[in-house]
Design a binder for this molecule. Structure first.
Ligand SMILES: [Zn+2]
Length: 466
């Protein structure tokens, strides 16, 4: 997939060189049938999120935020490759007024439609395989998005800045985006804030410079990232930079929070998961610990999970484990969310086990004692949340983690840990499905696991025989 993008980029440049070389024009080709890209990618839970007809390879976001008025001004420069002959295409963006929109350097027409469709019509059709750019100047009040489960996401103002999270549909609240986890891209961030504030983002810190009372923080994420994992959380932070086994490490803590020792465990957690899951997948690691309890959750924003309060140890290691399962290895469609949350929850248990505390088996046994009549615990089954309101239901986490522990006990530790390592290695920076995981477990164990996974992932009742 990514290799093909490079080939297409070369093709596109080749075409430009030919056109400029003064060669006689070729005979007119058959008329190209340019058609609109689809306004959504048809995810079962969020069918209008993301857009068809192109792949984004890079976002360069230049942002300026004024906390006192909650005004965000931005320029997004997006590099993409057309996957069909495009007459027009959409990006996802909620609100904002747009003052300039260029496609490959030329003014383009645009219209707004629905909650978040930005419909862009370039002056000329874009041939399949062509690399093109979209530059958008926008400004306004960024949105707070309420999800089907009533939680909030997007750009959430805090007392000294903003808490910025995008799972599953908050990213269009602050930048124009192809908002689907399948369209991973690299990111550059340049974020201007009043001097004294710190703007955090994914990847490595390139620079921070202060002039005329404002500081510009430049971050670079050179590893592929699903758009929902981007952050620009900003505010008053004490930022500590260090190094974890060769990986640049950035820990930002809101100075209003009571000091705790838990963040000191971050390097050990990274090293521990590296030892069982394989190499740490990204160019940076860290944590952003804000005082934003109204949010009510933490998120595994890539390279630096963001926490709404000082996390406990289980929450810290849960989010770190997501760097392997969720961020590097990412679901293809949202109903497979157990591939993130079941794995991260089981990761809490194995951390506990390796610390000499409660073992994963004990976690499993205690939860398994939950009576079958407690349907709120056992349903929906983790492989089939049914509606987006249940995406982050407890069963996705707990029964999802129990599925992995039951698998571990069925196939044995040796096979189980090879499966986990291979899952991370084979799908690094990719997108996966539950069917692929089942297939991998069957190949390594030599067992027919269809019944096992059906009982654990898809049947609504408490599993009794597997
Ligand atoms: Zn999680």
């Amino acid at each position: 997939m990514r290799l093909r993008r490079v080939a297409r980029r070369l093709l596109a440049f080749g075409a430009i060189c030919l056109a400029a070389s003064g060669l006689p024009p070729a005979a007119p080709a058959a008329a190209v049938n340019f058609v609109p890209g689809s306004p959504g990618l048809g995810d079962p839970f969020f069918p209008n999120a993301g857009n068809g007809g192109y792949d984004v390879t890079h976002y360069a976001l230049t942002l300026s935020y004024e906390p006192s008025t909650n005004q965000l001004r931005g320029t997004a420069a997006i590099t993409a490759s057309a996957t069909q002959d495009l007459s027009r295409f959409d990006l996802d963006l909620r609100g904002f007024s747009i003052t300039r929109l260029l496609v490959s350097g030329h003014d383009a027409a645009f219209a707004r439609s629905g909650e978040h469709e930005l419909v862009i019509t370039p002056q000329a059709g874009i041939r399949a395989g062509t690399v093109f750019t979209v530059v958008i100047d926008y400004a306004g009040t960024p949105a707070v998005v309420t999800d089907p489960d009533e939680s909030i996401e997007g750009w959430i103002p805090t007392d000294d800045g903003a808490f910025v999270v995008g799972e599953p549909q908050g990213s269009p609240a602050w930048y124009p985006v192809n908002d689907n986890p399948r369209d991973k891209a690299t990111f550059d961030f340049s974020i201007s804030v009043p001097a004294g504030l710190t703007a955090m983002a994914n990847g490595v810190l390139v620079s921070n410079q202060t002039a005329s009372g404002r500081t510009t923080w430049v971050w670079q994420e050179t590893d592929p990232m699903a758009p929902y994992l981007a952050t620009a959380t900003l505010g008053r932070f004490d930022l500590t930079t260090s190094n974890t086994s060769g990986v640049p490490t950035y820990v930002a803590v809101d100075p209003q929070l009571p000091k705790g020792q838990v963040l000191a465990k971050l390097p050990a957690a990274v090293d521990f998961y590296t030892s069982i899951y394989g190499p740490y997948p990204f160019n940076a690691v860290g944590a952003i610990v804000d005082d934003a309890k109204v949010v009510g959750y933490s998120l595994e924003t890539q390279t630096k999970p963001v926490f709404d309060r000082m996390p406990d140890e289980a929450t810290l290691v849960h989010e770190i484990a997501h760097m392997w399962y969720g961020d590097s290895v990412t679901l293809t469609t949202w109903p497979d969310i157990w591939l993130h949350e079941g794995f991260a929850t089981w990761s809490e248990w194995i951390w506990s086990e390796y610390q000499g505390n409660k073992s994963a088996a004990k976690w499993f046994n205690q939860l398994y004692n939950t009576p079958a009549q407690d349907t709120a615990f056992w349903t929906p089954p983790p492989g089939d949340p049914g509606t987006p309101a249940f995406m982050f239901n407890g069963t996705i986490y707990y029964r999802g983690a129990m599925t992995l522990q039951a698998l571990r006990e069925k196939v044995g530790d040796d096979t189980f840990f090879v499966v986990l390592r291979d899952w991370a290695a084979l799908n690094r920076y990719g997108n996966v499905t539950t069917a692929q995981f089942i297939d991998l477990a069957e190949r390594h164990s030599g067992m027919d696991l269809e019944h096992f996974f059906d009982v654990w992932l898809y049947q609504p009742d408490k599993p009794t025989a597997w």
